[in-house]
Write a protein that binds this ligand. Structure first.
Ligand SMILES: Cc1cc2nc3c(=O)[nH]c(=O)nc-3n(C[C@H](O)[C@H](O)[C@H](O)COP(=O)(O)O)c2cc1C
Length: 330
């Protein structure tokens, strides 16, 4: 069975990638993921704030930014609360690369183009096979427009692409008013891959304690649907390779993501629930499903359910919406 795929210009034996998670925070974890069959491993993100705070603290000038900055800075975890600081991250990356035969993808998490992007170059020097740029931004300022946010994201990608020669993927949120346009502009800015989608922090309220609660819920397969939808819209319309992250728990999820157009699927929650060995189960189940359904390769099904041949996708989307609502029977 031919499961091979190309992602970010990397030739992979199959599309099952371990997404950014604590599972690869140490070298043993990296080895476990590789032994379980991960085709590539994404490390957890290094955050813009970790880097800028490290840079700022070198000059001992947090106070020079005045009270407002000091107050904002207090929201962030203390440096020792991060799993890995910037220098530890680069060291870990170097060791992970020495330990693993599969590609190791480093991740940078931020939103604005500035000096911290220098770390992209350091990650390349530390041996990363590719970078995943995790653009996380909640635009809370009413003066900030969608165009501002998009421009910053595109400029960030352009800056990173200028800084490194390894491939750069961009992990995105679905919350843009015209996601297809943003994706195409990122593609034009040189993104080698688009990773759909980031999961956003959704605070709950503890009504007794009057506090906002931060809980990280693991996903289930229902989260895949949003990804399938946008994957099917983008597939065949961008040059960048495409990855699904979010809701990939079973071999059937991998099949659906591939039919929508994904070159790889990233898995995290399922590995946290079942352990890294779940990758082996996924791979076995995937081969069994393909054999049972008489597919001889995964690449032949890639994108066969995308919308690239639909003459008027906007009308098609509206028609499906109407049919879904009209079709409801209690
Ligand atoms: C504990 C935990 C830590 C994560 N850390 C990161 C991270 O550092 N960077 C990142 O881009 N995504 C991170 N993610 C998000 C995952 O990479 C993935 O995109 C998300 O969990 C959706 O995939 P899933 O449904 O397979 O879990 C994290 C997820 C979890 C559960």
């Amino acid at each position: 069975m031919n499961l091979s795929t190309e992602y970010l210009g990397l030739s992979l034996p199959h599309p099952l990638v371990a997404g950014a998670s604590p599972l690869a925070d140490d070298v043993d974890g990296v080895r476990r993921l590789e032994d379980a069959g991960a085709a590539a491993i994404v490390l957890r993100s290094l955050f813009e704030e970790q880097i800028t705070r490290e840079q700022l603290s070198e000059f001992d000038n947090l106070d020079r930014h005045g009270d407002s900055f000091a107050e904002a800075a207090s929201y962030f975890p203390t440096p020792d609360a991060y799993a890995l600081g910037p220098f530890e991250y680069l060291n870990h990356l170097r060791r992970a690369k020495e330990a693993a035969r599969v590609p190791v993808i480093a991740s940078l998490n931020g939103a604005t183009p500035s000096g911290w992007l220098e770390y992209a170059r350091l990650m390349e020097q530390a041996g990363a096979d590719a970078l995943e740029l995790n653009l996380y931004r909640i635009a809370t300022n009413p003066d900030t427009t969608g165009a501002d946010i998009e421009r910053q994201a595109i400029d960030t990608v352009r800056e990173v692409k200028k800084a490194v020669s390894i491939p750069v993927a961009v992990k995105l949120s679905p919350f843009y008013s015209a996601f297809a346009h943003v994706a195409r502009e990122l593609d034009r800015a040189g993104a080698d891959g688009l990773v759909l989608f980031n999961r956003f922090y959704q605070p709950d309220i503890d009504a007794e304690e009057l506090t906002a609660t931060r809980t990280l819920h693991l996903s289930d397969s229902s989260e895949l649907l949003l990804r399938l939808h946008w994957m099917a819209i983008l597939s065949g319309r961008v040059r960048a390779s495409l990855a699904v992250t979010g809701g990939v728990h079973t071999a059937l999820d991998v099949v659906k993501a591939t039919m929508a157009g994904a070159h790889v699927t990233q898995t995290v929650s399922a590995l946290l629930i079942h352990g890294p060995g779940h990758l082996r189960t996924l791979l076995g189940d995937l081969v069994a499903w393909l054999e049972q359904h008489e597919w001889d390769s995964l690449s032949r099904m890639r994108g066969n359910m995308n919308l690239s041949k639909v003459p008027d996708p906007d009308a098609y989307e509206r028609a499906n919406y109407m049919l879904m609502l009209r079709g409801w029977r209690a």
